[in-house]
Design a protein around this ligand. Sequence first.
Ligand code: URA
Length: 237
Amino acid sequence: MQLERLLQSQGFGSRKQCGRRIAAGDVRIDGVVCDDPCAEIDSGNSQIEIDGVIWRYREKVYVAMHKPAGYECTHHARCYPSVYTLLPEPLVSRAVQTVGRLDADTTGLLLFSDDGHFIHALTSPRRHITKGYRVILKHDVDDCFVRRMANGVLLRDETSAIKPLSVTLTDAKTLLLEIDQGKFHQVKRMVAAAGNRVAVLHRLAMGGLSLAGDLLLEEGEWRYLESAHLDRLGYNV
Ligand code: URA
């Protein structure tokens, strides 16, 4: 692939902007400056360095973030900064999108990609991807509340009760909840329908991919997902 096209595909600006950076000597291939925008590069096997930072060519990107509280999952955030401000510019420029959304006050596992097929596969209601949450409740509960949740709760605008896949009480205020739908504010609405309020919400896992077990990300950190992670999500590239 031509070097300027390669940089453009990776989010480093328009073809013209990439050409200028290459001609200015900002780009090294396998450790050697390459100032020819039209040089043919083996995208899969070359080491690409831009302004001293090594980038691996990726045809599509798959990213996991440990979302902190106080960030909105939109590009044009209104009350809080956008989660996209936590990603490097080239990823934003190549138009990665969040895979579903978390509320501004929710923390935990958030995925991004520029692969529309992947986003659809993980968010389609027909695929029933499991989402695991830790829910800290406002008021103490007992087994009766857990049974109410487990039996299913009727949400406004729904015609049938929504049942979690599992619900476990770990102390008087903490629930572990697994759901396989992705309705708007679903966890908060389910808890409200069962007679309580969510104080703190954290997404622990999606499919078989767990934030603590597989990704080891601190709040605000992100990383690329590799094929083993995609396997855990049941997705084959
Ligand atoms: N359910 C909610 O209510 N909020 C979230 O952020 C995620 C799931």
